[in-house]
Write a protein that binds this ligand. Structure first.
Ligand SMILES: C[S@@+](CC[C@H](N)C(=O)[O-])C[C@H]1O[C@@H](n2cnc3c(N)ncnc32)[C@H](O)[C@@H]1O
Length: 304
């Protein structure tokens, strides 16, 4: 993109039609994302090691895991949760679309862990898992139809009565909730590389909210030092309140069991389930085996 194309851009893009999500699958983007995911000085892209250790304690407890159990980690990134789950004695199947993250996770050679490069919306999941996790708001970035499909696939993969830890972005943290409904524009610059560029860059950012769909889109234009091309990225986020996620879970054959404001006990103790940055949903598959066929139907319905 050049300056003229930027100036004549579509002012308000249609979510999931004229916007996408961050290109995690792109080798360069995924390499830069991995660097940020492994950076222990901030929590963007992935939490730091001490936080992940505490999260894994929460996950083990909520999923009621025992050594020997198999856990499905969807959008697993570089395997940071798998490492600790394996330490507890679980096997982990991690799926992520980022080539750099999967290569890194495979390189860790964590006992009893398998990492699959793939899109969680389309790749097959293993059957008969004892628990599943989908953390850091990844489900919010999928279209509502894709989110339904992913939940149905999770339900189908779980053994009866087994559970899912689903960490969603909290609705109340969406820009939406300043209720202005207006586009917000801003800019920043960096003198060194990060997620957006390998070197110095200027970034322009605009944010749109679509109140009817409860969707927020953030569009970024990155102007990198030495590059003639302005790069465009979009990030699309769907917000779910408890009734809407409960309904989605139900359609997938899952039941909402509990909601927490955080996977960290100290934060969960201080906040109500509504005022954290995330909301942690615990859902279970029915103990009755027939629900497997229900979730099979839910996958078929979601893919139809
Ligand atoms: C914020 S990071 C979180 C990584 C990991 N869950 C963690 O918390 O450490 C989001 C991850 O989702 C992955 N991702 C995004 N869309 C995906 C998709 N459709 N299929 C599989 N992975 C995806 C990205 O590659 C990235 O590693």
């Amino acid at each position: 993109m050049n300056v003229a194309a930027l100036a004549s851009r579509k002012r308000v893009p249609r979510p999931f039609v004229e916007t996408a999500n961050l290109p995690w699958h792109d080798p360069d983007f995924s390499r830069r994302a991995l660097r940020e995911q492994l950076n222990q000085s901030h929590d963007s892209g992935a939490r730091s090691e001490p936080t992940i250790k505490k999260h894994v304690r929460f996950i083990v407890e909520q999923l009621r895991l025992k050594p020997g159990d198999t856990v499905l980690d969807l959008t697993c990134g570089p395997g940071l949760y798998a490492k600790h789950l394996s330490g507890f004695g679980c096997s982990v199947v991690g799926i992520d679309i980022s080539p750099a993250a999967i290569e890194y996770a495979q390189g860790l050679a964590i006992p009893n862990c398998e990492f699959i490069l793939g899109d969680v919306r389309t790749v097959d999941y293993p059957a008969g898992v004892d628990g599943a996790l989908l953390v850091y708001g990844a489900l919010n970035t999928f279209s509502p139809e894709d989110a339904q499909l992913v939940l149905a696939k999770i339900s189908r993969a779980l053994k009866p009565s087994k559970r899912l830890v689903l960490e969603l972005c909290n609705t109340s943290c969406f820009y939406a909730h300043n209720k202005s409904g207006n586009t917000v524009q801003g800019w920043w610059c960096s003198d060194q590389g990060d997620l957006w560029s390998d070197g110095p860059y200027v970034a322009l950012k605009e944010r749109f909210y679509y109140p009817d769909e409860k969707i927020e889109v953030t569009r970024y234009y990155i102007i990198s030092e030495g590059s003639q091309r302005i790069k465009e990225y979009t990030e699309t986020c769907v917000s779910y309140d408890i009734p809407s996620i409960t309904e989605k879970l139900h359609k997938a054959g899952l039941r909402l069991e509990a909601v927490y404001s955080s996977m960290l006990p100290e934060q969960a103790a201080q906040q109500t389930a509504h005022d954290g940055v995330f909301q942690v949903i615990i859902a279970s598959k029915s103990a009755v085996p027939e629900s497997a066929s229900n979730s099979e139907a839910a996958v078929n319905e979601a893919t139809a």
